[in-house]
Write a protein that binds this ligand. Structure first.
Ligand code: SF4
Length: 194
């Protein structure tokens, strides 16, 4: 086995332990804190129960139970979509945002920022590895909006080429379930905004 595979296995174990510790601190299960953090970083096309099921590879029943617990604890609320009658968006409350900000991905982010040198090549390698693992598991890719094949930078801001809707600057940093890997044709455009 390669050194990288062993290192990743070790990091996976540490991350699982961190998730368990975070959850215990808030009186929650690991999937509860993972969903809170997901909702803190996903965009408006992805804050849906079906997207959570896709992202974590869990059943809709598990998602319903998780959302019921988080709602009961005052960590999230459900808001109807103004344009799609029965669709419900999930919004974190201030308490939910505080719990998400106090979870392991934020500590991981801080540790990565302390590493010497540019993070661009590490990002690139991890993205390729993640895509390979997602293909093996038959999962949707998910990804950061501004690195998507459908992302268009415009003079007055940005736009999603899939939905045709404008994107606020904040949305361009969010995670999206409709994300598609950049093609050589789209890469010139996305590279200039990374
Ligand atoms: S550009 Fe891609 S990632 Fe961004 S909102 Fe559209 S589909 Fe999602």
């Amino acid at each position: 086995m390669s050194t990288s595979a062993i290192l990743l296995e070790r990091m996976g174990a540490l991350i699982q332990q961190s998730v368990r510790n975070d959850a215990a601190r808030h009186g929650l299960l690991p999937i509860h804190v993972q969903v809170l953090h997901y909702l803190a970083v996903c965009n408006r096309y992805s804050d849906l129960p079906v997207a959570i099921a896709d992202y974590f590879g869990v059943t809709r029943g598990t998602v319903s139970q998780t959302l019921a617990v988080l709602e009961r604890k005052g960590l999230l609320v459900k808001e109807p979509d103004p344009r799609h009658g029965r669709r419900l968006h999930l919004r974190l409350t201030p308490a939910g945002r505080a719990a998400a900000a106090d979870s392991w991905p934020e500590r991981l982010d801080a540790a990565l920022r302390r590493l010497p040198g540019s993070s661009a090549s590490l990002d690139e390698s991890l993205r390729a590895l993640l895509a390979a693992l997602q293909r093996l598991n038959g999962q949707r890719a998910f990804g950061i909006c501004r690195q998507c094949a459908h992302f268009h930078r415009e003079v007055a801001g940005a736009r999603c080429g899939l939905t045709g809707e404008p994107l606020t600057e904040e949305q361009t940093f969010k995670l999206c379930r409709e994300w598609a890997a950049p093609t050589p044709a789209s890469q010139g455009e996305t590279a200039s905004v990374d």
